[in-house]
Structures are given as C-alpha cells and as structure tokens.
Design a protein around this ligand. Structure first.
Ligand SMILES: Nc1ncnc2c1ncn2[C@@H]1O[C@H](COP(=O)(O)OP(=O)(O)OP(=O)(O)O)[C@@H](O)[C@H]1O
Length: 133
C-alpha cells in the first residue's frame, strides 16, 4: 500500500512556533482611529516625505509625544502574521544610530509603522554625537 504523506503536520508546527514568536506583539499595536486623529487623517500638511515603502506623516499622541507614521503602500503579499513578527523583531532593536520603532497598526488593507519622530536638526546628533560647530 502507498504511504500517504500527511501535509498538515508541518503546517501546524510552524503555526505554533510563529504564535509563540509573536506573543506580546499586541502591546505594540496602535489603534487606527488614534493614528487618524494624531495625523489629522493623514493630511498633506502633516506629510514629512515619501519613501520607497510609502508616505510618512508626522503625528502627535494625546500625551504630547511626537511620532512619524509610515503608511505602507498597499499590495504587499506579506501576511499579517509575517508583518507582526517582523515588527516585533525590529521593535526590539535599540541603537543610538537607529530610529526607534514604537509599534504598528493593521486595519483592513492599511499597514502602518509608527516610529519616534526625529527632527531634522537632531539627525546630526544621531550620526555625529554632540559636536559644536
Ligand atoms: N522617524 C522619522 N522622523 C522624522 N521624519 C521621518 C522619519 N522617518 C521618515 N521621515 C521622513 O520621511 C521621509 C521618507 O522616509 P522613509 O524612511 O520612508 O524613506 P527613505 O529613508 O527616504 O528611503 P527608503 O524608503 O528607501 O528607506 C524621510 O526622508 C524623512 O523626511
């Protein structure tokens, strides 16, 4: 008799591993409506620039913290789970020369990445430290 290959087992194992990997990722999730309020509905006035992955908007949270919201262009084939896993890994990175990723937002087709806002003037300090000119 021919032996049937059970294709379901590896998929279940992968899913379980991925679930463990993203445990706690929800704490990084921003509410979409709060981001809309923070960026004045992604108004052109708040637009900081345009990168390869989408437009970036300045926002302000209710506690006064300034943020930069990267609104990813739609059409990525990346799944929600992959996206969340990637966000969680990047959010753990901390370095004086890296802009801090604060969180993400997933709503329908919308995928947002929320970073700390870095004013132009402070980029010199990020890169060169405190140098007097
Ligand atoms: N954290 C931030 N604080 C302030 N402004 C930002 C921040 N992130 C991005 N910007 C602004 O948005 C623009 C686009 O940034 P983004 O990171 O999307 O693309 P990029 O760095 O130009 O190129 P790439 O898409 O290839 O990474 C930047 O040039 C900058 O003006």
């Amino acid at each position: 008799m021919r032996r049937r290959r059970n294709k379901h087992i590896p998929i279940k194992v992968e899913t379980a591993a991925a679930d463990n990997e993203i445990s706690g990722v929800d704490s990084l999730q921003f509410d979409f409506d709060s981001v809309l309020v923070a960026t004045d509905n992604f108004s052109d006035v708040k637009k900081l620039g345009q990168g390869g992955f989408g437009a970036v908007y300045k926002g302000q949270l209710p506690n006064g913290e300034e943020i930069a919201v990267k609104r990813l262009s739609q059409g990525s084939s990346q799944g929600d789970l992959e996206f969340k896993t990637e966000v969680q890994l990047v959010a753990k990175l901390q370095h004086r020369n890296l802009v801090r990723l604060l969180g993400f937002c997933l709503q329908g087709q919308e995928r947002l990445l929320i970073y700390e806002f870095v004013p132009n003037a402070s980029l010199d300090h990020f890169i060169f430290g405190n140098v007097s000119v």
